[in-house]
Design a protein around this ligand. Structure first.
Ligand SMILES: [Zn+2]
Length: 68
């Protein structure tokens, strides 16, 4: 995913690994936001937990296959 730095408008790429790592850290700490540092202006942008959950890759996509 990419988030837009609202200070300078730069698109900051966030890898799937980072998303998963951030989600785990937030769930452990009970936080609601993940801080992302803009590489251009060094402003810290917040990504909400909900937003992370929305884009997070699912480790196991369970498909209920009907077999009979
Ligand atoms: Zn920026």
């Amino acid at each position: 995913m990419q988030i837009r730095c609202y200070r300078c408008g730069w698109s900051i790429p966030i890898s799937n690994d980072e998303i998963r790592f951030a989600l785990e850290a937030l769930r452990e700490s009970g936080g609601k936001h993940h801080n992302v540092r803009c590489p251009r202006c060094r402003h810290t942008s917040k990504v909400s937990l909900k937003q992370l959950e929305k884009v997070a890759p699912r480790p196991q996509e369970e498909q209920s296959e009907e077999e009979e």
